[in-house]
Write a protein that binds this ligand. Structure first.
Ligand code: NDP
Length: 282
């Protein structure tokens, strides 16, 4: 308890001594948000819009994107455009970045957030699905990041990667998803080192999220685990804030930081707690 208390105090003090977030700083910023038709991505788009940014959003469903764009303009976005794309298609990742850079005349923030649908439950051995999900949740992120690097270099820009506690801890019932999130953390965490070593002015912000109350997440975990879900609009705000402050990492909600910190301290007890937290009868 003493250790946790001291750590928390030190962290809070560090946060207070850092730069403060100004929503004004995002006015006019050129932003591309993926997976923005629903859930956290949609909320990210609305926050940027309210702050007066210029936004391109993408996902597969054009009719839903159209509605989100309309709302972004109502909220005050300087510009709001959409491009429908399927990240399972290898060429779509590059096409989306090209579109955004052209329409916005450059890019300040690339928010990588989309995920493909994936079953929740005991893994059924479907290897093809793992490969497909790797393309949607991981390879497309890499492709978009690489494509956007030159434009971001010009603007001291940022890549914001929306990841999960499942990218830091092995958890049951979402094996393909967990694999894609570990891949993201590995790739973009290593990219952070290389950019810093090259004295690049691009920041990569990795966002570690716990359970957030989006429709798709709530539907999936129903009956499996009963833990509090945190609001998507607040998760979205924390993501944007961390990106604007050029932080390397952000954890939301608070417990994700402590789980990550103590993950390897008592592996036997950790595994017992994980396995008994879920409702499952073989
Ligand atoms: P949602 O399922 O609500 O949204 C997923 C988005 O991705 C939608 O806009 C969807 O739109 C889009 N999408 C799905 N498939 C494709 C595809 N093949 N190509 C392009 N876009 C696609 O997800 P959440 O908002 O819940 O999650 C957002 C992020 O937050 C993810 O990275 C997730 O891992 C992370 N996260 C979420 C947590 C939660 O509890 N909600 C917990 C931890 C992390 P469309 O169907 O129109 O294509």
């Amino acid at each position: 308890i003493f250790l946790f208390g001291s750590l928390s105090a030190a962290l809070i003090a560090l946060q207070w001594s850092g730069p403060t977030f100004s929503e004004e700083s995002l006015k006019g910023m050129r932003v591309l948000v993926t997976g923005a038709s629903t859930g956290i991505g949609e909320q990210v788009a609305y926050h940027y819009a309210r702050m007066g940014a210029q936004i391109v959003i993408t996902a597969r469903r054009e009719h839903v994107l159209k509605e989100v764009v309309k709302k972004c303009l109502d909220l005050g976005a300087q510009k709001a455009l959409y491009i429908a794309a399927d990240m399972a298609e290898i060429s779509d990742a590059g096409r989306v970045v090209e579109f955004a850079e052209k329409q916005l005349d450059g890019l300040d923030y690339l928010v990588l957030n989309h995920i493909g649908p994936s079953p929740y439950g005991m893994w059924d051995g479907d290897v093809d699905h793992v490969q497909w999900l790797m393309q949607v949740n991981f390879h497309s992120y890499v492709k978009m990041a690489v494509k956007a690097l030159p434009a971001l270099e010009k603007t001291n820009g940022s890549i914001i990667v929306v990841s999960s506690l499942n990218g830091k801890m092995c958890l049951p019932f979402a094996l393909p998803y967990t694999a894609t999130k570990f891949a993201l953390d590995g790739f973009f965490g290593s990219l952070q080192h290389e950019l810093a070593m090259k004295h690049s002015n691009i920041t990569v912000t990795i966002c570690t999220l716990g359970l957030i109350d989006t429709e798709s997440a709530m539907e999936k975990i129903k009956g499996y685990i009963d833990i509090p879900a945190y609001p998507a609009h607040e998760a979205a705000y924390q993501i944007i804030k961390a990106g604007a402050l050029h932080q390397n990492e952000v954890f939301y909600p608070w417990y994700t930081y402590y789980y990550t910190l103590i993950r390897d301290w008592f592996p036997y007890y950790r595994d017992q707690v994980i396995r008994t937290s879920y409702n499952y009868q073989p």
